[in-house]
Design a protein around this ligand. Structure first.
Ligand code: DX5
Ligand code: ZN
Length: 240
């Protein structure tokens, strides 16, 4: 499934949680480029999932990228544990009420990709103070907390301008510069996300529907995103 512009990171929030490692492998074998791990603390969001202990155990499946998405009130308090768990990237929310910069610095110092997520109502300008510390901007297109919600197209309009947020710090490793979209991404919204130039699509509940063929669904979602991206370039006059 090489050659697609946007990658897929499969969110395991709605998979068969009693078989986490085999579900991760099923998604990766089906063409998911990464695994997206939704960590919730019952405080920042009204739901509770899993923590660094489970992520660390899941690492036994191999070296495929793990994107952690922390929906927790105190990311700083637990960051050492998420780094130790072997996450490839760690993204937390800009809306947390604690200092953000030290936590981003800690992630980068550990050699992992550092990201901030923004809720649908949060403007991109909230990221301004952290521009040179970000590898990932995650645009939420649902209110964080649950899978299976409806895609919010208004919130998705932040995807395109989010690419302008990144800025490298002189003398430091350049940022990875990835814009992720998370929430309600499926065959109905993928083309639109692609047209906005998204780099990574987090895809959750649609993959885990009963009887779903994960691999053909991922292929379709990537193709639709490519189609959207080509349409945007054509409008911009960049292709024939
Ligand atoms: C929601 C999570 C998402 C969720 C996506 O708070 O951050 O990653 O699992 O699931 P779908 O694709 O069903 O919206
Ligand atoms: Zn998520």
């Amino acid at each position: 499934m090489a050659g697609h512009r946007a990658l897929v990171s499969a969110s395991i929030l709605d998979c068969d949680l009693s078989n986490l490692s085999s579900e991760c492998l099923r998604a990766l074998e089906g063409g998911s480029d990464r695994i997206h791990l939704d960590v919730m603390d019952g405080h920042f969001v009204p739901n509770i999932t899993f923590g660094p202990g489970i992520i660390k155990r899941l690492r036994a499946i191999g070296s495929q990228p793990f994107d952690a998405h922390l929906m927790i009130s105190e990311p700083g308090r637990y960051m050492d544990q998420f780094i130790d768990a072997g996450c490839t990237s760690i993204t937390f929310h800009v809306e947390v009420e604690e200092p953000i910069e030290p936590t981003l610095l800690k992630i980068r110092k550990a050699g992992r990709l550092a990201g901030l997520a923004i809720k649908p109502a949060t403007p991109l300008s909230a990221l301004d103070p952290y521009r040179d510390l970000l590898d990932i901007v995650m645009v939420m297109t649902v209110e964080p907390g649950f899978g299976g919600q409806k895609f919010m197209a208004d919130a998705a309009t932040k995807i395109d301008p989010a690419h302008a947020v990144f800025r490298d710090r002189p003398g430091e490793t350049p940022s990875a510069r990835e814009v992720h979209v998370d929430g309600g991404v499926n065959r109905d919204s993928a083309e639109y996300c692609g047209s906005l130039g998204v780099d990574v699509m987090v895809v959750g509940s649609t993959l885990w529907k009963k009887g779903q063929d994960i691999s053909s669904e991922i292929r379709l979602i990537k193709q639709l995103a490519d189609q959207g991206y080509r349409g945007r370039r054509r409008i911009a006059g960049e292709v024939e």
